[in-house]
Design a protein around this ligand. Sequence first.
Ligand SMILES: Cc1ncc(COP(=O)(O)O)c(C=O)c1O
Length: 358
Amino acid sequence: MEIEKIIKEGVLGQKAYPIESRTCRIKLDANENPYPLPPDLKERLLRKIDSLSLNRYPSAGSPEMRSSIAGNLGVSDDMILIGNGSDELIQILLTAVKPESSGGIMIPAPTFAMYKIGAVNAGHDVIEIPLDDRFDLPIDNMLDIISEKSPGITFLSYPNNPSGNCFDTEKIKKIIEASNGIVVVDEAYFNFSRKTFLPCLEKWDNLVILRTFSKVGLAALRIGIMVGNPSLIHQLDKVRLPYNLNMISQAVGQLFIERAKEFLPKIDHIIAGRDRLLDKLKDIEGIDPYPSDANFILFSCHGDKNSVYEGLIRKGILIKNFPSSGPLKDCMRVTVGTEEENREFVESLREVIIPLGE
Ligand SMILES: Cc1ncc(COP(=O)(O)O)c(C=O)c1O
């Protein structure tokens, strides 16, 4: 078999999403919540799992979670689609939209890698628009692309991963207003920014909002949420695999929703930790951190960032490195951890940076 003749060119030319295979004592690379579930909740989960009929398929479409989430967000059930992580929901959107008649998928650069990876895999052209020097949207350029090419989907991460900032609200509204295609506002980090476009769903039927449970404490379970107009959700629901969310994720997700309020103090803690971490990073010579509305901080390094990255790994700390070319060539991203993890990270960073400056 000649694989090159069978596999799409886009897939052949693409690199898989890069994930560092080395593990470290302190994990600050993937924007996860550093706190484990409370012990009593873990016990309830174990009892719940014991009661599940694991020989049966799970409920198709996660109806119980769908209803609870709709109730919490104040929308109807038919506006919600539950995915195996928001990654799956991104893939569903890209599978449903016609590559041949849409004018491509518009994304800012840099942004969350899966928009581009998913778009290329689905056979779309990708239009990457470089962000300005404050990592905000170059609105005139984007409006020009919308009128020239009419992108099928525009993805906006809000706050943007990896820069950490929320784009200007008025610019996003202009993009939604001007677009004939779908505009996805990906609110994966909503719990840390507390800014949302949810009320705008009433005004614009091309707006889709994504949320996830991954950043607030359940990354392992892969639970993503899409909120959008019922006619679009109805079409996308046909692309979703029937049993996309396994029975354990549905059961744990439901318990999590019922006890969501208990997690809020930890979120407050992470937000306060982020602000303290930013202040500490500002004091370190040799790096420039960027302000963040999320649970991570992007920073640029004046010296050889790869040595800093490796130095941190040697000290047992894993953060996220980016390719040494392109808009993030000098940058790395650190997730806000527990107070102790943040303290150790800052100390270790100081230690690995000093010899580089000498
Ligand atoms: C902006 C953004 N959207 C979506 C995701 C993926 O979330 P999930 O774990 O729900 O697939 C991430 C994960 O890092 C992200 O940063």
